[in-house]
Design a protein around this ligand. Structure first.
Ligand code: PMP
Length: 415
């Protein structure tokens, strides 16, 4: 039955992580997988998550293992949508406006960010039937698998200008303006682009929003690093909020993950939000909702409740929210510190090349600028693990290994 199956491609970050675990060298460094690590190289359950877990445990609610609903926990979903769109931040007379705006968004709980991407792709593939999805080159590699499984052909837009080591706005804009058609989908990383760490400026976002509106392109935001990138959840949602307010007549999707900003990687907490136009009727909203529920019911019935309960407990309590903010600051500042440490070490070594991108890029990753063969030497000779594109997870750096990593980079670029 299965003997003629083709080999499925391995997933690179998880393969690299497996190779790292098998390596017995005392010097080994893991810059492959995108997870937060402390300065001791350990996982870090957020302090606020531990406090929320304690509260949940002590409440000992007999319903805690019951089914929720196909769409997930409505209170969690409201809080998740608030975090993205800022509805809950409005005060005074603006509250009623926010309530109206809230009706423009249909939300459903998902199996983390990957599940949200997948569900959104499936909804669009079945109902809108886009001729193609525009995927940034480079991108998080799973975007290719997700859209292939949804049966939508992909095309690439040139996201990264390797010579400037920055976002290629001209290439992106030109490609989409010249070649994208109405009802094509475009994947946009809302902040902290994975793998390059290079984001559009606010002005560039504004121009991309207008382009989507003029051409009828469907924006699909992937939001995996809100708050984790800059330390400020509002700032990291700027692009999405701009699209929402400026493009009242454009529908778009947001795939939201709580893996990084709550450190809940294995708990699989996320949401998919479908932003409707300001003229959409309740009937449209209900249709979108029922179609999403239908897809979820047939796949896995409902997303798991444990991690969502933690996020809900934190976001619904002002004291815990403040603590979450402190934890976000701890993580984003440690990453910033490591960017500067790596840059300083390379500068001290006079390593050939320009390295300011290490401090200019944002979020968990940097596209360090090594070739595939240099990456091979980094791994085989120096036991430093990273993706073959030269993407490194800054979070794998710490005070103990940053000089060693800089010396290895210095070695491979000189030979
Ligand atoms: N999108 C991007 C760009 C990511 O980097 C990630 C995590 N690596 C995800 C989505 C989804 O992660 P998760 O499924 O753990 O939420």
């Amino acid at each position: 039955l299965f003997s003629t199956l083709p080999e499925a491609p391995p997933d690179e970050p998880f393969s690299v992580n497996g190779a790292y675990k098998k390596d017995c060298s005392p010097h080994k460094v893991n810059l492959g997988i995108g997870v937060y690590r402390t300065s001791e190289g350990s996982p870090w359950p957020l302090r606020v998550v531990e406090e929320a877990e304690k509260q949940i445990h002590e409440a000992s609610d007999i319903n805690r293992h019951e089914y929720t609903a196909i769409q997930g926990d409505p209170e969690f979903l409201n809080l998740a949508a608030d975090l993205v769109f800022g509805f809950g931040e409005k005060e005074g007379s603006a509250v009623s406006v926010a309530e109206q705006e809230r009706k423009r968004v249909v939300s459903i709980q998902t199996v983390s960010g990957t599940g949200a991407n997948r569900l959104g792709a499936e909804l669009l593939a079945r109902n809108v039937r886009p001729r193609c999805v525009w995927i940034p080159d480079p991108t998080w590699a799973n975007h290719y698998a997700i859209w292939e499984l949804a049966g939508v052909p992909h095309k690439s837009y040139p996201y990264y200008d390797a010579s400037r080591k920055a976002f290629d706005f001209e290439g992106t804009f030109r490609t989409l303006a010249e070649s994208a058609n109405e009802k094509d989908v475009v994947i946009l990383h809302a902040c902290a682009h994975n793998p390059t760490g290079a984001d559009p400026t606010e002005e560039q976002w504004k121009m991309l929003a207008r382009l989507c509106k003029d051409k009828g392109i469907i924006p699909f935001f992937d939001l995996a690093y809100q708050g984790f990138a800059s330390g400020d959840a509002k700032k990291d949602a700027w692009a999405i909020r701009h699209f929402f307010h400026e493009l009242e007549l454009v529908e778009f999707c947001v795939a939201q993950s709580f893996s990084k900003n709550f450190g809940l990687y294995g708990q699989r907490v996320g949401a998919l939000h479908i932003a409707l136009t300001s003229t959409a009727t309740e009937v449209v909203s209900e249709k979108v909702f029922s179609n999403l529920c239908h897809l979820v019911r047939g796949e896995y019935s409902m997303a798991p409740r444990g991690g969502a309960e933690i996020v809900k407990t934190v976001l619904s309590n002002n004291k815990l929210r403040k603590k979450w903010q402190e934890d976000l600051t701890t993580m984003s500042q440690r990453i910033q510190k490591m960017r500067h440490a790596l840059f300083n070490e390379l500068s001290k070594l006079n390593t050939p090349g320009e390295w300011t991108h290490v401090i200019n890029q944002i979020g968990m990753f940097t596209y360090i600028g090594l070739t595939e063969s240099q990456v091979k030497v980094m791994t085989e000779k120096h036991h430093i693990y990273m993706l073959k594109s030269g993407r490194i997870s800054i979070s794998g750096l710490n005070e103990h290994n940053v000089r060693y990593v800089a010396m290895a980079i210095d070695d491979v670029v000189r030979t």
